[in-house]
Write a protein that binds this ligand. Structure first.
Ligand SMILES: *[C@@H]1O[C@H](CO)[C@@H](O)[C@H](O)[C@H]1NC(C)=O
Ligand SMILES: *[C@@H]1O[C@H](CO)[C@@H](O)[C@H](O)[C@H]1NC(C)=O
Ligand SMILES: *[C@@H]1O[C@H](CO)[C@@H](O)[C@H](O)[C@H]1NC(C)=O
Ligand SMILES: *[C@@H]1O[C@H](CO)[C@@H](O)[C@H](O)[C@H]1NC(C)=O
Length: 805
């Protein structure tokens, strides 16, 4: 997204806003909508009839349009059609981690100067708290619980321990966040209804500049994040209606932005069917099938030689056909232009327009389809009914959003307004999300700090007083910031020294003397280093995993000079090779805090002082710098021993790690014990005549069919907080399948998070569906259950199960 969007454009917009502040205020009062109930003509249109079916309403509207008018509904800057009372509508809004100004459909004004800015998704994902994923999108914990209990089934895994039924206030209670703030802004004409979030691409390579936007490297975690966040945004509490429309992007196998000159606009991702179906597609499938998302966005890149936005198999075949998308397929911004002008995939622009619409594209971010579709129809390259199909999908989405129901202020959500944005409970949830995500990677007893026994603190580093850096990209104007320095300073006297002028930390920007002097004179040192958008961002991948510039020198020198314990805080989206700090006796503790959002500094202080016990776990593998010798463009997930290719992500990577997926410490300790051992043996009842019964050796059987029915067992365990302080704990259930079909070394089947007081015990239960959860994807992309010994890992326990026929 955002080809050509530049910070100068943002700056200009900001200047314009200041100059026309009062104009904006006046203008901002009126939302855009069609079917004004006070107009005697529009009320007679069948497409305005709220009692008619979605298909009938969309069909009526389409039937009133000329071809030239129709193509105006194929692009994000949807043309106005005054003769039918339809205003212009901008489809492109963003809400990756809060309502954002990045899409032109949303802006801030004196009326709504900012919105709640949550952590970047990579940190929220580290909480491994599905309740939180959804709460950010929508409702408070109290009003959420009841809803959650009815949607607990997910890939056959469910949890017993939740206190279902403890629901509090109604649906529209106080804690509804991103979708509430979006609707509130829509009602005053400041935001659209269609938000192109979340980004659910797999964080396949640690160098990816956009990894920060994603929930990490694991398909299950990413799927759960997608379903939670999308449901939070969209759920309007009644059937087909949408509160706001979410969009899962970027479909598919998109995770190279600009690496050593290889750009996403022309990159051809060469992906095996096995990796596609095993790694890249599952989050999109869950988003559509389980999350019922209203939109999927195709990416810029090609997959195996075909641009995704022109790939009929991927769009019509998979998303619309197999997964039954109920919504629209959008292009990334200028994707269609890109496949013509940058990739030279078609001879003429009309061919590009025809090919993408016929492949299943409904909406073009950009203007390409408005420019070339009429000519394409006239040249016989596509039919008008192809165009009708596309705009029908778009219209149905708008109808579900209430766009054709008249003034939204008279509809459900109509009472939301500026007072509902940046409320104290919304901002508290932003702080809570950051706290829940922060990962404690090392602690030699220095943490938590005691505000009583420590009198002074040196706060050092280029991110020590970070503000804008904390909100990452796809940001909006936050309600306010609490920087690390401010958060820590609220607890005790601090001395601040940036150490370098910025995170790039070039040799001549080092300010070692001031930094070491501050560290030498304080009871404790907190060093906040890491990255920002100058190091990793959209259109910029990294080439190194080391801390930027002279940051390692700064860290070592300050650690050496510190009079008290030195605590290292890494603020970044992607992982770093910080082996030197991990090994150093001088560094007492290490935390990773992602890009923690507007309340990041308060959350960091909460964790350092022990007001919150850290419970975040890494959602990505932290590789050593040597990993960068493999090209980022090599999409293969699986290792290849013959060439020394190490494979990718915890599921396949065979090399050493700095920190592993799932790592994260607590201030307390947890013990696990199985309540009842799962079976040692499970037999698949194959039908007579199944080839496997006759075969001498049969490595696996299909993961669907009658033999799968009801084939499930429970893994139930007790988790006990054996320490002195309360804390949250994520229980992971992994499985290591037999080594057939190049199966992953292990993969995550389920996770669940419990909060326990000291001495408290909880029961955690996973239902394992043998065919769904223990299966792997074979070389042809089919799910298979491997026969033989599967090892389940839960906490520090292992259990072997033998599957046979
Ligand atoms: C009523 O709506 C029609 C379009 O449907 C428009 O042409 C007309 O100007 C509107 N009337 C008023 C009074 O706004
Ligand atoms: C820290 O950042 C805040 C917010 O940008 C700023 O107001 C404050 O002056 C900074 N503090 C120091 C000591 O630079
Ligand atoms: C820190 O101290 C160690 C020895 O304790 C030394 O080897 C290293 O050079 C010092 N680093 C810096 C940057 O001063
Ligand atoms: C998960 O997040 C919700 C919402 O913030 C919170 O109420 C709950 O306590 C969290 N669960 C755990 C186990 O931390």
């Amino acid at each position: 997204m955002a080809m050509g969007a530049s910070s100068s454009a943002v700056l200009l917009a900001a200047v314009a806003l200041v100059l026309c502040g009062s104009a904006a205020r006046a203008q901002a009062q009126t939302p855009v909508f069609a079917c004004d109930a006070s107009n005697a003509t529009t009320v007679t249109y069948a497409f305005c009839d709220r009692s008619a079916s979605l298909a009938a309403r969309a069909g009526d509207l389409v039937s009133r349009l000329t071809l030239a008018e129709k193509v105006g509904f194929l692009v994000d800057k949807q043309a106005a059609l005054p003769r039918l009372g339809i205003p212009a509508y901008e489809w492109w809004s963003e809400a990756l981690h809060g309502v954002s100004y990045v899409g032109p459909g949303t802006r801030f004004s004196p009326l709504v100067p900012g919105a709640t800015s949550f952590p970047q998704p990579i940190l929220t994902a580290a909480s491994f708290n599905v309740t939180l994923f959804r709460a950010i999108g929508e409702v408070s914990q109290s009003s959420f619980t009841a809803l959650f209990c009815s949607v607990l089934f997910f890939h056959g895994i469910y949890n017993f321990h939740r206190h279902c039924g403890a629901a509090g206030s109604g649906r529209f209670g106080s804690g509804q966040v991103v979708s509430n703030e979006a609707r509130a802004m829509h009602n005053v004409g400041l935001a659209g209804l269609t938000f192109w979030s979340p980004n659910i691409n797999i964080f396949r390579d640690p160098r990816w500049g956009r990894g920060q936007e994603t929930p990490g490297e694991d398909p299950l975690l990413t799927s759960k994040y997608a379903v939670g966040y999308v449901t939070g945004l969209q759920d309007a509490g009644d059937g087909d209606s949408l509160k706001v429309a979410a969009c899962c992007k970027h479909y598919t196998a998109y995770d190279v932005d600009n690496w050593k000159g290889v750009e996403r606009y022309t990159f051809n991702a060469v992906v095996s069917q096995q990796d596609l179906d095993d790694t890249f597609q599952p989050p999109f499938k869950s988003c559509v099938v389980d999350g019922n998302v209203a939109s999927v966005m195709c990416s810029y890149n090609q997959v195996n030689g075909t641009p995704t936005c022109a790939d009929k198999d991927l769009l019509s075949g998979v998303i619309r056909g197999d997964w039954k998308l109920n919504g629209y397929i959008s292009s990334d911004c200028d994707s269609v232009d890109v496949l013509y002008n940058n990739q030279h995939y078609t001879k003429t622009p009309e061919d590009a327009a025809a090919l993408s619409i016929k492949a299943g594209l409904d909406l073009n971010c950009g203007n390409f389809l408005a420019q070339h579709t009429v000519a394409a129809v006239q040249a016989g390259k596509l039919t008008e009914s192809d165009v009708d199909r596309a705009i029908t999908n778009n219209f149905i989405t708008l109808i579900r959003l209430g766009f054709f129901d008249g003034d939204p202020r008279k509809l459900p959500f109509g009472s939301l307004g500026p007072k509902d944005v940046c409320t104290s409970s919304n901002q508290e949830l932003a702080r809570e999300a950051a706290r829940q995500g922060i990962v404690l990677l090392k602690n030699k007893g220095a943490l938590p700090l005691s505000a009583k026994s420590i009198k002074s603190m040196a706060v050092i580093g280029p991110n020590a007083n970070a503000s804008f850096t904390m909100i990452g990209n796809y940001e909006g104007t936050p309600c306010k910031y609490t920087t690390p320095l401010q958060g820590l300073g609220a607890n005790m006297a601090t001395v601040y020294s940036p150490g370098c002028t910025n995170v790039a930390c070039s040799g001549n920007s080092l300010q070692l003397d001031a930094a070491t002097k501050a560290a030498a004179g304080a009871d404790v040192t907190v060093l906040v280093v890491g990255a920002d958008q100058s190091i990793e961002r959209e259109s910029l991948d990294r080439t190194s995993l080391l801390l930027p510039g002279q940051q390692p020198t700064l860290v070592s020198a300050v650690a050496n000079a510190s009079a008290g314990p030195c605590i290292l805080v890494i603020m970044s989206g992607g992982p770093f090779d910080i082996s030197f700090a991990k090994a150093s006796d001088k560094i007492a503790a290490i935390l990773w805090v992602g890009y923690p959002g507007e309340a990041g500094g308060a959350a960091i202080a909460d964790v350092l002082f022990g007001y919150h016990n850290p419970s975040g776990r890494l959602p990505v593998t932290w590789y050593p710098e040597s990993f960068t010798k493999i090209p980022m463009t090599d999409m293969r997930m699986r290792p290849d021993e013959s060439s020394g290719y190490p494979g990718r992500t915890y599921r396949f990577y065979t090399g050493d790690t700095v920190y592993a997926f799932g790592d994260g410490l607590s201030y307390t300790s947890f013990a696990h014990s199985l309540v009842a051992a799962p079976p040692k043996q499970v037999s698949l009842p194959l039908a007579e005549g199944h080839t496997c019964l006759a075969a001498e050796e049969c490595a696996s059987v299909e993961a669907e069919g009658e033999h799968c029915d009801g084939l499930a067992f429970d893994v139930r365990l007790r988790v006990h907080n054996a320490g002195e302080v309360a804390g949250g704990h994520t229980v992971f259930l992994f499985s290591s399948p037999p080594a057939v079909h190049n199966a992953p070394a292990k993969h995550l089947l389920g996770f669940d998070k419990v909060a326990l007081a000291p001495g408290q015990t909880a029961l955690v239960a996973f239902k394992v569906d043998v065919c769904k959860d223990l299966s792997v994807v074979d070389e042809l992309g089919k799910r298979k259950v491997a026969l033989g010994s599967h090892t389940l890992h839960v906490g520090d326990l292992k259990h072997s199960i033998s599957l046979n026929v």
